[in-house]
Ligand binder design. Structure first.
Ligand SMILES: Nc1ncnc2c1ncn2[C@@H]1O[C@H](COP(=O)(O)OP(=O)(O)OP(=O)(O)O)[C@@H](O)[C@H]1O
Ligand SMILES: [Mg+2]
Length: 151
């Protein structure tokens, strides 16, 4: 499918406004209209499984109903995967004697503010690019005033 034909919905807002309910209902409605949907939760306190009476906690894309897949992203795990990927890429590029220090610097960067969000962004980008059959992706986002205000 052409990237330009994909529709991506971001469902956001502050606590308790109805993000989970709206995204699950919208995903279900669109799936019933025979659109192929991937519902992605980026909320650290996932509850998509509760809404579908299922357990989606494995970090893998699961089928919820016909035309509707669900993924609950574990951002801490994604962050670890991302950092391990960076370390793996650098392993062949730096001298063995420098590797320990390079890894130490990467670990320091990994614990800095925004690192988890960068990993999450990387995961979301790869989901958009890889899910060629998916017509729509719904991202259930958690309100992060600390990031959105830039503080
Ligand atoms: N359109 C609506 N009309 C009335 N009540 C609603 C509506 N949408 C959601 N609710 C109710 O509001 C409450 C909060 O909804 P929901 O859990 O979807 O919000 P949320 O934004 O995902 O919350 P959180 O920030 O805690 O993740 C729930 O009890 C839900 O049943
Ligand atoms: Mg919610």
């Amino acid at each position: 499918m052409d990237m330009l034909e994909k529709k991506i919905y971001f469902i956001g807002g502050k606590g308790g406004v109805g993000k989970s309910t709206t995204s699950a209902a919208l995903a279900l409605l669109l799936a019933q209209k025979r659109k192929k949907i991937l519902l992605v939760s980026t909320d650290p306190a996932h509850n998509t499984g509760d809404l579908f009476h299922r357990n989606f906690s494995g970090g893998k894309i699961e089928s919820a109903t016909e035309n509707l897949d669900v993924l609950e992203i574990d951002s801490e795990q994604e962050s670890r995967n991302y950092i391990n990927g960076v370390k793996g890429n650098l392993k062949g590029l730096v001298k063995a004697t420098m590797l320990e220090e390079v890894n130490r610097q990467i670990d320091m960067a990994a614990s800095s503010p925004g690192a988890e969000e960068a990993a999450l962004f990387d995961k979301i980008t790869s989901l958009i690019l890889r899910n060629t059959q998916t017509m729509m992706l719904l991202f259930l986002t958690q309100h992060r005033p600390d990031i959105q205000s830039g503080s």
